[in-house]
Write a protein that binds this ligand. Sequence first.
Ligand SMILES: [Zn+2]
Length: 145
Amino acid sequence: MLKENIRQLIKQNLKVFFVTIALIGIATLLFYVSDIKCIVKYTIGIPCPGCGLTRAWLSFLKMDFKAAFGWHPLFWIVPFVVIIGVFLKGRIFKDNHSNRMFWIILVAIVVGVYSIRMIRLFPDHPPMDYNKQSFLYKWVISKTL
Ligand SMILES: [Zn+2]
């Protein structure tokens, strides 16, 4: 019964899963090949919670796990979030309270890790370095200093 449900769930959502992975891949490739890399860092100069994910995955694919965790300690969480989002429609638990708690805890972990990375690495260490080529810096901050 459960096996049949899982099989049906995979069958129904496989196309959505691959389209999602393809879109994430294309967006990442476009940002990585262009000079933008991260839209947040490109516009305001400050790294976002996802900064370092691409380099973490590239390191992971080269089997350099230490570097992968150095670029982003939560890089491994991305496929699980995509799978939960696509196949389970964002619902990992049946009851609403547990489900809500799961997402709150996940967001808290992401924000916590981001805060620690900002405290330890900002503004000098990539990927948490400040972008002085950003619009905000070029058009506002550099003109007021
Ligand atoms: Zn970013």
